[in-house]
Design a protein around this ligand. Structure first.
Ligand code: AMP
Length: 215
């Protein structure tokens, strides 16, 4: 059983790295942002509660985030463990998590703000099936159309210059103290997120003492 938290600013490749690790080790990949987006797209009650805050690039309230994470982990479909992405994003969320679950390691993907801006503004998502694309690393075969379902590719509602500046500011004021808190209690692994995704994955595995990633 392995329980990991993956942290890093938006665009640092958290989702991609979490998925590469999860697929190989049979971990359940839990993304709080994906759970919220699922609810927004389906117009659920939770979706209505978080939509505006998300579109403005602000953080959803701790109570809603905690209950969302608690409900998701209570499904107990994670026999081999989980990797949670996009959480915790405040000191309170970190304290709640430390009290409730034992974590094996916190993976911290480190990326400078200038590179974040370049990557995030190139991000696209399929408006029909939700698949992620990027105009820098992962272009669709036909411009503007999803390779899988043919849906239209759009920017995420929160990937604007303005929302990104808010998110970066929030990230630095909130994430740095969380990392400090984790460093006093947990095993924190910091990885340079600038290289290509395979190099980053190998670095994570090396630092965690896991077998190499086979492409
Ligand atoms: P992400 O996909 O991780 O970038 O999350 C998208 C948006 O969902 C964020 O900008 C927040 O509005 C919200 N969100 C996701 N995770 C959290 C969290 N742990 N705490 C507060 N808000 C969150």
């Amino acid at each position: 059983m392995r329980k990991y938290v993956i942290m890093g600013v938006q665009g640092s490749g958290k989702g991609t790295q979490a998925m590469l690790l999860a697929d190989d080790l049979d971990l359940v990949h839990i993304s709080v942002g994906d759970i919220f987006r699922w609810h927004v797209q389906r117009h659920t009650k939770l979706g209505a509660q978080v939509r505006r805050v998300m579109a403005a690039g602000e953080l959803v309230g701790d109570d809603l985030v905690e209950s969302t994470v608690r409900d998701r982990l209570a499904v107990h479909d994670w026999n081999y463990g989980f990797i949670i992405d996009g959480f915790p994003r405040s000191r309170r969320q970190a304290e709640f998590f430390l009290e409730s679950y034992d974590i094996d390691a916190v993976l911290h993907l480190d990326l400078p703000d200038s590179e974040v801006r370049r990557r995030v503004l190139a991000r696209r998502i399929c408006s029909r099936c939700g698949l992620d694309y990027n105009l820098i690393f992962h272009r669709a075969k036909v411009e503007g159309r999803c390779d899988v379902c043919g849906g239209e590719l759009v920017s995420r509602e929160d990937d604007t210059e303005e929302a990104l500046a808010t998110r970066l500011r929030e990230y630095h004021t909130k994430a740095d103290p969380i990392l400090e808190l984790f460093r006093t209690k947990e095993f924190v692994v910091t990885v340079d997120a600038r290289p290509d995704k395979v190099t980053v994955q190998q670095d994570i595995r090396k630092q965690l003492g896991l077998p190499e990633y086979r492409v």
